[in-house]
Design a protein around this ligand. Structure first.
Ligand code: FAS
Ligand code: PHB
Length: 393
């Protein structure tokens, strides 16, 4: 078996892996990224759309902010539609000047892939049977199969950036890890269409027929979602059915303004909340979706991955620069503290804005009161805004 060596082996070339790899590369720490899929598959993923200021700052830090600041859309607020009325949440005023950046995860990933290539970072795509080993000792290594050859990568640390279905969390002994999960009884059916967005800001709609979200990728490309049944299939949703259902769930003025057109991407995402504790196992660190999943209602998934990367990067930089273990030792607690607050916010937004078919009458009234209080209270909206733009790192 061929053996190579690096300082940090990163499993997964999604946003977590690529952002961590670039941060480390930029301070001279050697990394190898192993990705199961093809580069084209990674770049074809649609997924998230809203970046917190903290995420924007990290992308600037690794030199991939130019296209984001040119093509991205700065949003100072968004609307919550309920009972035919649209209520604007003024993020900028309620947070003392913070905004969010609307810039698709697809573009973030492309920018990071291009940056890694330009700076000579090593990424192996189509790596098969990737497995972390020896991370409970001081000589961890990763094995995989690359172009038909078995490869061993000796390293000092392993970053498990391989998402919810990756190999890293699976490699942890069952007795060493504790997981928490809530599966929601519905999914999000999302489309992309090259039509002008219905509004210049996002609209989160709560309607008796179900949740809907009006988002975008540019002034000429819209991203829409409707809540659908958990077992629904994309085949059951023609464009016509989608546009009709979306308009039924929006206030009349918005529904009348929807520009329809052919979708070129249509997919259903299941919704779950999931957290694995701890996020460190000796020399293996779980990062991003490998450690936690949130329903996309709060636009937290990608942004949580970014704050995990920030904490892990700080720890690795201190290890290599100052030979101190303190920040690495604090990684799991710091990341989980912020993650659980984002899991709570995403759960709260999901409970408040979706229809739950079997909700008990008492819970229905509590839901109505939650929404009425939030839409009627400046204090409640300030708390919502603080979480939406992202809690401090
Ligand atoms: P990712 O899953 O993005 O990346 C993990 C990478 O590891 C992938 O490239 C995968 O191919 C690779 N990998 C997996 N197993 C491997 C193995 N064994 N060996 C090597 N590589 C392996 N977030 C939002 O904020 N808003 C949204 O609207 C939203 N929509 C989403 C829709 C879907 C269908 C999904 C799945 C997620 C969505 N998310 C959304 C969350 C999403 O954006 C994630 O939070 C984000 O991709 C996290 O990035 P990573 O941690 O890098 O994980
Ligand atoms: C998106 O544009 O894909 C998006 C925006 C906000 C969310 C979820 C998804 O909360």
């Amino acid at each position: 078996m061929k053996t190579v060596r690096t300082q940090v082996c990163i499993i997964g070339a999604g946003p977590s892996g690529l952002l961590l790899g670039q941060l480390l590369h930029d301070i001279g720490i050697d990394t190898i990224v192993l990705e199961r899929s093809t580069r084209a598959h990674v770049l074809a993923r649609v997924r998230a759309g809203v970046l917190e200021p903290g995420t924007v700052g990290l992308l600037d830090q690794v030199g991939v902010g130019a296209r984001m600041h040119t093509e991205g859309l700065v949003h100072d607020g968004f609307a919550i539609a309920h009972d035919g009325v649209s209520h604007r949440i003024d993020l900028k005023r309620l947070t003392g000047g913070k905004s969010v950046m609307v810039y698709g995860q697809t573009e973030v990933t492309r920018d990071l892939v291009d940056r890694r290539t330009a700076t000579g970072g090593v990424t192996h795509y189509e790596a098969e049977n990737v497995e972390p080993h020896g991370f409970d000792g001081v000589h961890p290594f990763v094995t995989c199969r690359l172009e038909g050859e078995d490869l061993r990568i000796d390293c000092e640390f392993i970053a498990g950036c391989d998402g919810f279905h990756g190999a890293s969390r699976r490699a942890v002994p069952e007795a060493a890890i504790r997981t928490f999960e809530k599966v929601y009884p519905f999914g999000w059916l999302g489309i992309l269409a090259d039509v002008a967005p219905v509004s210049h800001e996002l609209i989160y709609a709560n309607h008796p027929r179900g949740f809907a979200l009006c988002s975008m990728r540019s002034p000429s490309r819209s991203r829409y979602y409707v809540q659908c049944n958990a077992g629904d299939s994309v085949e059951a949703w023609s464009d016509e059915r989608f546009w009709d259902e979306l308009r039924r769930r929006l206030p009349e003025s918005a529904a009348d303004a929807v520009v329809t057109g052919p979708s070129f991407e249509k997919s259903i995402a299941p919704l779950r909340s999931f957290v694995a504790e701890p996020m460190r196992f000796g020399r293996l660190f779980l990062v991003g979706d490998a450690a936690h999943i949130v329903p996309p209602t709060g636009a937290k998934g990608l942004n949580l991955a970014a704050s995990d990367v920030h904490y892990l990067f700080e720890g690795l930089r201190e290890h290599y620069r100052d030979r101190s273990p303190l920040t690495l030792d604090a990684y799991s607690a710091r990341a989980l503290d912020r993650a659980w607050k984002a899991v709570r916010f995403s759960w709260w937004m999901t409970m408040m804005l979706h229809q739950f078919p079997d909700r008990a009458p008492f819970d229905e009234r509590i839901h109505d009161a939650e929404l009425a209080y939030t839409l009627g209270s400046e204090t409640a909206q300030a708390a919502l805004a603080e979480n939406y733009v992202g809690l401090p790192y």
